[in-house]
Design a protein around this ligand. Structure first.
Ligand code: TXA
Ligand code: MG
Length: 318
């Protein structure tokens, strides 16, 4: 496995070719780092599952580079979904459609839906475009962590998670820390109305404004096989406890205006919600590196991105 920093044009070309040759390429996106494979190559996609230790029936998101490519992977695209795609792509939102004949079971986990996303990160977009230009049609990529663990927000995190499992010819593209820090918003677009399956940086308010309609509030339980909808997910090794009652030796994460309980180890003090999302997973990892048993977290209040943070915190606390 090679780590490529300072992603030049040459590096992008090499990475796209590696995908075409059936290797895995971990790459930065604006949300978290993804572990990519050629979405049409069954063997390569199967390696994603084995490297992650992810059950075969959990679908992967296919990353594409433009709205025009939706119709290759999806069918019966509703008008509201086109609106969402045009408004928020490239960006941190994944749209789920009824699948076309090209979206094989090995991508969709056997479901008849397919998740698509156009990321806004320049290197991710350049990689997808280059991959298309050499005959590819989309990069399947889950977050580049072991199943159930915290998503990586740096190339170092990817390396830490997957070092022992990636092969010699696989690549990790390094572009520093992820800007957003939590995974994309997921919207089910297979029904008459959009349904939010996972909250993210494209907020419920933004979606309602875009569609000029109220949508059902985000509900925690859904019937789709979404890996992130399991309870013990997005978890570090330390036990995550929500609240503000920390004991001596506990890690502590809260907004900067909340004081550190006596004896607790302050891990981070974000000053706003964007920053909270950005540092969340790195803070969990740092707690693990320090060997902490427990991390006490005061969830952020409010709407918008705070909803996504509280969702991940609840899941991390299992
Ligand atoms: O921000 C993101 O979405 C990142 C970056 C790399 O793009 N990707 C990511 O992928 O978080 P992953 O696989 O770790 O999480 C995607 C979630 C999983 O829970 C998966 O089961 C669900 O989306 N999902 C994917 N395709 C789906 C589909 N067709 N129907 C329902 N859920 C789907
Ligand atoms: Mg994931």
């Amino acid at each position: 496995m090679e780590i490529v920093s300072g992603c030049t044009r040459r590096a992008i070309i090499k990475a796209a070719q590696a995908l075409k040759d059936g290797h895995l390429v971990a790459f930065p996106t604006e949300t978290v780092y993804g572990l990519g494979a050629d979405a049409r190559n069954e063997e390569a996609v199967n390696r994603i599952y084995s490297v992650k230790g992810r059950p075969q029936n959990h679908p992967l998101i296919v990353h594409i580079s433009s709205v025009d490519q939706i119709s290759y992977w999806g069918v019966e695209i509703p008008e509201y979904a086109m609106k969402l795609a045009r408004s928020f792509w490239p960006g941190p939102i994944t749209l789920i459609f009824k699948r076309s004949e090209f979206a094989n079971d090995f991508i969709t986990g056997g479901q008849d839906n397919i998740g698509l996303r156009v990321p806004s990160h320049q290197i991710a977009l350049a990689l997808i475009e280059e991959f298309y230009s050499i005959g590819g049609s989309g990069i399947a990529a889950p977050s580049a962590n072991r199943f159930g663990a915290v998503s990586p927000t740096s190339a170092y995190d990817v390396q830490e998670e997957l070092r022992d499992r990636l092969a010699h010819s696989d690549l990790i593209l390094d572009d520093g820390p992820s800007l957003i820090g939590v995974e994309s918003t997921i919207v089910d677009c297979t029904k008459h109305e959009p349904i939010i399956l996972r909250p993210g940086a494209v907020t419920i308010e933004m979606i309602q404004f875009c569609l000029s309609q109220n949508i059902s509030p985000w509900v925690e339980k859904n019937h789709v096989r979404a890996a992130g909808s399991f309870t013990s997910h997005y978890s570090p090794s330390a036990k995550v406890v929500l609240g503000s009652l920390a004991q001596t030796g506990d890690g502590f994460l809260a907004m900067s205006h909340i004081p550190t309980p006596k004896g607790a180890v302050r891990l981070a003090s974000p000053t706003n919600i964007d920053q909270y999302a950005q540092i969340l997973y790195g803070t969990f990892r740092s707690g693990d590196r320090q060997g902490l048993q427990r991390i006490v977290v005061v969830p952020p209040e409010g709407e918008g991105l705070a909803v996504a943070i509280r969702d991940r915190l609840k899941k991390a606390a299992g």
